[in-house]
Design a protein around this ligand. Structure first.
Ligand code: HEM
Length: 410
């Protein structure tokens, strides 16, 4: 058998396995066949541009494995036409994460915004020099909470179940799903209940608020201050405000402004941050939105940003301005949380970054079953897969005990 035929056959087998309805192809009407072929053509086309040996970036391939972790690389490389900026194609999915939106707009992730686990691990390393351990944890969180555990596909924005799900049926809401990874009190996105369910679009008023608070320098001190302001705002205004232990991840996202977005050797200045966020200055104190992009002549950080680094940053920001975990049961009726993870009467008292890590580990694993209940025939296999990836990272690096997936946190 010729190689090309073999590959076609292989892709058909993969498709039939991943999309069982394909087995019924012969029974379809001509209209259904055309519709199906068009859908499959679009799905097959969907992938990030390949990383070539000419432009290796930090050396990560589309295989879920570590790259070189050596940064200070120009992104995108001069001459690498596959990874130059393009507007998102019509119908593409973009959502609450400016970092992933920018990566998709440069073809490091599929430009249509339906991405896989391996692509996420690869793109984070190649674009931002995210450490392999953190890249795996974030990709597992994204796919595990908001995507499909069989196809490992995830929409960067809203519901794209027909394109992400192996089995169809239950909804896979993508990264904008509320109260899984996405949460209230975001930096530049509105709260779900304050904006008719739009918790993913860029909000120029919030970007302006952040810019004024930070006086255009988005460093740790300022992000700590602004994050605390956003918490107080949401707690006061949003009768359905929720701030669970997974919200520790929001502090991680805040650290990305000063740890991942600056060009190597540079700082978190206004030009850099507004380019990554797609914030267009209207010149009158307001901001509108254009697609996110990597600034011109931008080099990624020299050393990888690891799980230990991000835990240290979460710890530092949280301890500088501690807030209660809990939720509003109605307007300005805040109830503090008690959990098995060291949060007592809403107060979290971490001593070290390891404590933060262990809470994140538990929060992640506790949150997984809600996404898979009812539509994966063998949930335990999927759960074991996620736990199998997450537990060793946390135990080896932080000494956290292994956690069983699916045990409720609160
Ligand atoms: C697989 C990897 C990643 C996933 C699944 C992910 C997912 C998300 C999600 C769900 C949010 C919304 C959180 C909220 O409600 O506030 C978010 C926010 C954010 N992400 Fe990512 N992210 C990933 C990697 C990255 C990377 C590599 C960057 C690099 C710059 C980044 C930058 C940000 C920033 C700055 C925010 C805050 C946006 C805001 O609050 O306005 N993310 N991310």
């Amino acid at each position: 058998m010729q190689l090309t035929n073999f590959i076609s056959l292989l892709s058909l087998i993969v498709a039939v396995t991943a999309y069982p309805f394909m087995a019924n192809y012969d029974k379809m009407t001509e209209v259904e066949k055309r519709e199906f072929t068009e859908t499959y053509r679009r799905m097959a086309k969907r992938s990030a541009a390949e990383i070539s040996s000419k432009y290796p970036y930090t050396g990560a391939k589309n295989d879920g494995l570590p790259g070189t972790q050596v940064g200070n690389v120009l992104v995108p490389a001069v001459g690498d036409t596959d990874h130059q900026y393009q507007d998102p194609p019509a119908g593409a999915f973009r959502g609450p994460c400016p970092g992933l939106n920018a990566a998709a707009n440069h073809g490091f992730l599929s430009r249509d915004g339906i991405v896989t686990f391996n692509e996420l691990v690869q793109a984070q390393q190649n674009v931002y020099n995210v450490g392999y351990d953190l890249a795996v944890v974030l990709a597992t969180l994204g796919v595990g909470l908001d995507g499909d555990l069989i196809t490992t596909k995830l929409s960067l924005g809203g519901d794209a179940t027909s394109q992400t799900s192996a089995l169809g049926g239950s909804r896979e809401g993508g990264l904008a799903t509320h109260n899984k990874f996405e949460a209230d009190a975001s930096l530049t996105r509105s709260d779900y209940f304050l904006n008719n369910g739009d918790n993913y679009s860029f909000n120029g008023t919030l970007f302006g608020f952040m810019t004024t608070t930070c006086n255009k320098v988005f460093d740790r001190a300022c992000m700590t201050k602004y994050r605390a302001q956003r918490y107080e705002q949401s707690k006061a205004d949003n009768g359905q405000f929720v701030f669970l232990p997974t919200a520790l991840l929001l502090y991680g996202a805040s650290s990305f402004l000063y740890e991942l977005m600056p060009t190597n050797g540079g700082g978190p200045d206004f030009a850099t941050i507004s380019t990554f966020f797609g914030a267009k200055d209207n010149g009158d104190g307001t901001y509108s939105h254009v697609p996110e992009r990597i600034p011109d002549n931008w080099f990624n950080r020299a050393s990888p940003y690891t799980l230990t680094d991000v835990n240290n940053e979460i710890n530092a920001q949280y301890l500088a301005s501690p807030v209660l975990f809990g939720f509003n049961a109605g307007y300005q009726n805040f109830l503090a949380l008690n959990t098995t993870t060291g949060i007592v009467n809403g107060k979290f008292s971490p001593n070290t970054a390891n404590d933060v890590a262990c809470v994140i580990q538990q929060a992640v694993l506790a949150a997984i079953p809600s996404t898979i209940q009812g539509f994966i025939t063998s949930p335990l296999t999927a759960l074991a897969g996620i736990a199998g990836r997450i537990n060793p990272i946390f135990s080896q690096t932080f000494g956290c005990p292994a956690v069983t997936a699916g045990v409720p946190l609160v």
